[in-house]
Design a protein around this ligand. Structure first.
Ligand SMILES: Nc1ncnc2c1ncn2[C@@H]1O[C@H](COP(=O)(O)OP(=O)(O)OP(=O)(O)O)[C@@H](O)[C@H]1O
Ligand SMILES: [Mg+2]
Length: 320
C-alpha cells in the first residue's frame, strides 16, 4: 500500500532567554520597541506535520511519499528523512522562499514570543498529486489551507482514498472549507477538542459526520483513542503506558504513523489503534517530533506488555 503524506514540512528554532520579557518592556516606550534578547540555548528541531508522520512510517519500515513545499535550504533535512525511509520525490523546492520556520523564544517565566514563517509552504497549493504515480491513500494534514482543499478535491475527483487530518488548521477554516475537507474521507483524525470544532464549524452533528466518513479516529490524550463507524459501537483502545513523559510535541503525528502503518499491513482497527498508541508513547518520551527510535525488540516487548502477545506477534510479522 503506497501512502502519500501531504502537509507542512518545517523546522522549529527554540531559544531560551534567562531573564524576563516583562523586565525589558518599558510601558512608556512601547511605541518604539526594538529589543534583542541574548539567549542561552538554541535548539533546532525537525518538524512539520507531514514530515513527522512520514518519519514515523519510515521508522516502521514503510516508504511513505512525502508531499509538500520547502526551500533550497531543505538538503540536510531531506537527507535525514531519506535515511529514515521517507521518499522525498514528492517534495516541491521553491526557488524563492525558505522552508517554513517556527521561531520561539521562551523566558524564565515560560512566557513566549514566537513567529511562524510559512514561506515555501504557500507553494504547496501548486502541487498536483496525479503525476506522483499510483497512490492508495493520501493523508491531508495541516498545510497551506488552499493546498489542503486542493489535495482533497483531487482525491475525490480521482476516487483516491484520503485521510482527513485537519487539526491545527481547523481554527482558521470556515464551515464550507471544513465540510470540503471531511466529506468522503476514508479516515478522519482529530483529538477530542478538534472533533467538537469540526462539528461546530461544519454544522454537522456527530452522527452526520459518521455519514460522511468511513472511519473516525478520535485521540483522547492519556485515555487513548476511540474509533467510530456508522452503525457500529465505538471501539475504545486505552493508551500504552508511557515510560517517562518528556514532551508532547508530535504525539498526535506519531499516533497517525503507527495507526496508518498497521492499516497498510492489513491489520484490523484495534491493532492499528494499539500500534498508534505505542508509537505515540515513544514520541511522548522524547523531546521533538522526530527524536524517538523504534527498535524492533523494545517495540515488540512493549506491544506485548500493553496489548498482549497476539498483538505483538501480528506486528512482528511486518516489522523488519
Ligand atoms: N499521557 C499519555 N500517556 C500515554 N499515551 C498518551 C498520553 N498522552 C497522549 N498519548 C497518546 O498520544 C495520542 C495522541 O494524543 P492527543 O489526543 O493528545 O493528540 P493531540 O492533541 O493531537 O496532540 P498534538 O497535536 O500535541 O500532537 C493518544 O491517542 C495516545 O495514544
Ligand atoms: Mg494534534
Amino acid at each position: 500500500m503506497r501512502i502519500a503524506v501531504t502537509g507542512s514540512i518545517a523546522t522549529d528554532h527554540l531559544m531560551t532567554f534567562p531573564g524576563r520579557f516583562s523586565d525589558q518592556l518599558l510601558p512608556d516606550q512601547l511605541q518604539q520597541v526594538s529589543l534583542s534578547f541574548l539567549v542561552d540555548e538554541l535548539e533546532i528541531r525537525r518538524g512539520g506535520i507531514a514530515a513527522n508522520i512520514s518519519f514515523g512510517l519510515g521508522c516502521l519500515g514503510l516508504s511513505p511519499l512525502l508531499v509538500g513545499a520547502v526551500g533550497t535550504d531543505f538538503a540536510d533535512y531531506r537527507a535525514w528523512l531519506e535515511r529514515h525511509g521517507v521518499d522525498c520525490s514528492g517534495v516541491h523546492i521553491s526557488e524563492l522562499r525558505h522552508t517554513a520556520r517556527f521561531m520561539c523564544t521562551t523566558d524564565a517565566d515560560h512566557n513566549q514570543m514566537a513567529s511562524f514563517y510559512a514561506g515555501a509552504m504557500s507553494e504547496a497549493r501548486n502541487i498536483e498529486l496525479a503525476p506522483l504515480g499510483e497512490i492508495d491513500l493520501v493523508v491531508v494534514s495541516p498545510n497551506d489551507p488552499e493546498a489542503m482543499v486542493r489535495h482533497t478535491e483531487e482525491c475525490r475527483a480521482r476516487g483516491v482514498a484520503f485521510a482527513a487530518d485537519p487539526s491545527q488548521q481547523l481554527a482558521r477554516m470556515d464551515g464550507a472549507e471544513v465540510r470540503s475537507l471531511i466529506g468522503g474521507a476514508a479516515y478522519l483524525f482529530t483529538n477530542e477538542y478538534e472533533k467538537a470544532l469540526c462539528e461546530q464549524k461544519s454544522g454537522w452533528s456527530d452522527a452526520e459526520i459518521l455519514d460522511q466518513v468511513e472511519i473516525r479516529v478520535t485521540t483522547l490524550g492519556p485515555k487513548g483513542v476511540v474509533i467510530d463507524r456508522k452503525g457500529e459501537p465505538g471501539l475504545h483502545v486505552p493508551a500504552a503506558p508511557e515510560v517517562r513523559k518528556v514532551e508532547p510535541t508530535g504525539v498526535g503525528d506519531a499516533f497517525r504513523a503507527g495507526f496508518l502503518a498497521a492499516v497498510a499491513w492489513g491489520l484490523d482497527l484495534e491493532r492499528a489503534a494499539q500500534l498508534g498508541n505505542l508509537v505515540a508513547a515513544h514520541a511522548l518520551e522524547t523531546a521533538g517530533g522526530q527524536e524517538y527510535r523504534l527498535e524492533r525488540e523494545t517495540l515488540l516487548t512493549r506491544m506485548g506488555q500493553a496489548y498482549g502477545s497476539a498483538a505483538a506477534d501480528e506486528v512482528a510479522a511486518h516489522l523488519r
